[in-house]
Design a protein around this ligand. Structure first.
Ligand SMILES: NC(=O)c1ccc[n+]([C@@H]2O[C@H](COP(=O)([O-])OP(=O)(O)OC[C@H]3O[C@@H](n4cnc5c(N)ncnc54)[C@H](O)[C@@H]3O)[C@@H](O)[C@H]2O)c1
Length: 284
């Protein structure tokens, strides 16, 4: 039987590169999706013939759709694992001072840069959409999707509010979709690293950072291994801190009514939506 095939995004550096290397030890063939052609190619050269570098901007849907098509074909018409990992921090500060505020020629306030939300959240959502298409057309039709969220999605990071929102979004997305996709053999989980030294962090930070608050890359492997080992684990949010992984649950129900809505009203929603002939498109 042919080897299983994985795509890892942001595979030119940091957690993505390390996960790609780790998947090779699990006998995967790995597509290294990366925006930066230099690091992507260097990664593929160093990791060897069971890898393929495909340059991709995950925040562009056509670019990510082409990535999936090429990866599936390279894998011999199969796809088994997708790590939606590429991520960036905020490219504009929400709290910028008045002198940095700008208006356009019509006097309208220019929008805040939300690139981090496009890369960290929108691309993850589209990534699962694409992944399920190709898994359904792969031998066996089973797959594992893992998104790199962040501890910022469980707590918050005041220096990066759009980033924080994107990571909360990823966790909500995984929790909502994971149990549904598991019914057809696709597991959907998120990992939430604390501080792992990578190129994400501005180089000025590292010398200031206390060593005892560093999470080693091996903790990420523990989470990936837990996902690989369990075909039924889905909708999980796995926090990585220091040497440990923690399975984090949703907030407690505030009261019995909220529990009922969360756990027992699904039948009503299903019935109600069945009566909607088609979901209205935007603006309709
Ligand atoms: N390192 C940490 O402490 C930490 C903590 C929490 C979450 N994370 C998350 O881990 C993920 C990986 O980050 P990292 O720490 O390895 O950082 P990194 O900067 O070392 O690696 C991220 C990679 O993603 C690539 N990338 C960026 N935009 C892209 C795009 N549009 N399309 C394709 N590739 C793109 C970058 O070029 C880079 O190679 C991110 O989602 C990040 O938010 C990291």
């Amino acid at each position: 039987m042919s080897k299983p095939v994985a795509i890892v995004t942001g595979a030119g550096s940091g957690i993505g590169l390390a996960t790609a290397r780790h998947l090779l030890t699990h006998s995967y063939r790995v597509v290294l999706a990366e925006l930066n052609p230099l690091t992507g190619l260097a990664a593929s050269t160093s990791l060897g013939p069971d890898t393929l570098f495909i340059q991709c901007d995950v925040s562009s849907y056509p670019s990510q759709a082409l990535l999936f098509k090429r990866a599936y074909e390279w894998g011999g018409n199969r796809l088994d694992f997708f790590h939606a990992n590429a991520g960036i921090d905020d490219r504009q500060l929400l709290y910028d001072s008045m002198d940095k505020e700008e208006v356009d020629e019509e006097g309208l306030v220019k929008p805040l840069n939300t690139n981090s939300m496009q890369v960290n959240l929108e691309a993850v959502v589209q990534g699962l959409w694409l992944f399920k298409y190709y898994v359904r057309r792969s031998p066996g039709g089973r797959g594992k999707f893992v998104a790199t969220a962040s501890a910022a999605g469980l707590y918050c990071m005041t220096q990066n509010p759009q980033y924080t929102a994107s990571k909360y979004g990823v966790i909500g997305f995984v929790r909502a979709s994971g149990p549904v996709f598991a019914k057809e053999g696709i597991t959907v989980n998120a990992i939430c690293p604390a501080f792992i030294p990578t190129n994400l962090c501005p180089p000025e930070i590292l010398p200031l950072w206390p060593k005892e608050h560093i999470t080693p890359m091996t903790t990420a492997f523990k989470a990936i291994d837990a996902i690989l080992a369990d075909d039924n684990m889905t909708g999980e949010t796995i926090e990585l801190s220091q040497e440990n992984i923690y399975f984090r649950k949703m907030a407690d129900w505030a009261n019995e009514s909220q529990r009922w809505i969360g756990e027992e009203s699904q039948g009503i929603w299903d019935l109600g939506y069945q009566k909607v002939p088609e979901r209205p498109t935007f603006g309709a």
